[in-house]
Write a protein that binds this ligand. Structure first.
Ligand code: CP
Ligand code: NVA
Length: 301
């Protein structure tokens, strides 16, 4: 059983195949609609955290492909509380042809996948956000016409989004610079994983140094879901890592700005940048739909 829970489990050629299919499904959708290749199939969407993009893009994606999606809110099934995670996986496997889950602990994602007899898709865990990265890759590819050699500078909290991006960068020979304060920089697991993947990784605490040669400047929230108790400290320590007009001045004028959203305007990114001509943020959000359709078709088709 193939799952999409960790990008490290997918080779460069498999990810490339997903991107090629995403481009084709996007073209097909825009030319009048997708063929109903998932007709009669249902995706169960289990959420332990809030979501706008993940929830809506998966539900719309299933609809476009002729299938159906069921939203299961954090309160509803009490994953691991009302019922064990393996039992939830076994029950859902009897009703649905795929499970998409958003959980706190990545180990819960692994437990779901281990007990499931249908494919499990990671819609974000504390370890990775692979569906976001597929949309990011599609967006970068559409803008630059290639992935190979593109220089990405990630500025801010080194988190689940950064980790997924790092695996993708290794797979597609992109260069990645990460600028974070020491407190919120890459942990030992991140460094081990990137070392093993052969990624060209430049680490710094200086955002200006990271963006100087960047093609893409990427940021995410300073406070991920589940870290709310650390908000005050994180806001103080990460303040110098804001993507603002002054930082863009230090980057090539051709650089584009990306953010997985939701954005905290005035914190990790200013309005001026988020709404400015270099931002690719909303095409990036739309591409969640197209990139995930490829994942759905490959796993559930
Ligand atoms: N980027 C992203 O995953 O957004 P949501 O949390 O709204 O799904
Ligand atoms: N790093 C953020 C991403 C939100 C889409 C989080 O985990 O909350």
């Amino acid at each position: 059983m193939r799952h999409f829970i960790d990008l490290s489990d997918w080779s460069a050629s498999e990810l490339d195949d997903l991107l090629t299919l995403a481009v084709e499904l996007k073209r097909e959708w825009r030319a009048g609609g997708n063929r109903p290749v998932l007709a009669g199939k249902t995706l169960a969407m289990v959420f332990q955290k809030p979501s706008l993009r993940t929830r809506v893009s998966f539900e719309v994606g299933m609809f476009h492909l002729g299938g159906h999606a069921i939203y299961i809110s954090p309160q509803e099934i009490g994953l691991g509380v009302r019922e064990s995670i393996p039992d939830v996986a076994r029950v859902l496997s009897g009703y649905a042809q795929g499970i998409m889950a958003r959980v706190y602990e990545h180990d819960h994602m692994r437990q779901l996948a281990a007990a499931s007899s249908v494919p499990v898709i990671n819609g974000l865990s504390d370890w990775m956000h692979p569906c976001q990265t597929m949309a990011d890759l599609l967006t970068i590819y559409e803008h630059f016409g290639r992935l190979n050699g593109v220089k990405v500078a990630y500025v801010g909290d080194c988190n689940n989004v950064t980790r997924s991006l790092a695996v993708a960068a290794a797979r597609f020979d992109m260069a990645l610079a990460v600028a974070s304060p020491v407190e919120y920089g890459p942990d030992a697991d991140f460094l081990r994983m990137t070392h093993e993947s052969g990624l060209e990784l430049a680490l710094t605490t200086d955002p200006v140094e990271a963006v100087r040669e960047a093609d893409v400047i990427y940021t995410d929230t300073w406070v991920s879901m589940g870290q709310e108790a650390q908000t005050e400290t994180r806001h103080r320590v990460l303040r110098p890592y804001q993507i603002n007009a002054a930082l863009l001045e230090a980057a090539p004028s051709s650089a584009v700005v990306m953010h997985c959203l939701p954005a905290h305007r005035g914190l990790e990114i200013t309005d001026e940048v988020a709404d400015g001509p270099q931002a690719l943020i909303f095409p990036q959000a739309e591409n969640r739909l197209h990139a995930q359709k490829a994942v759905l078709v490959r796993l559930m088709g």
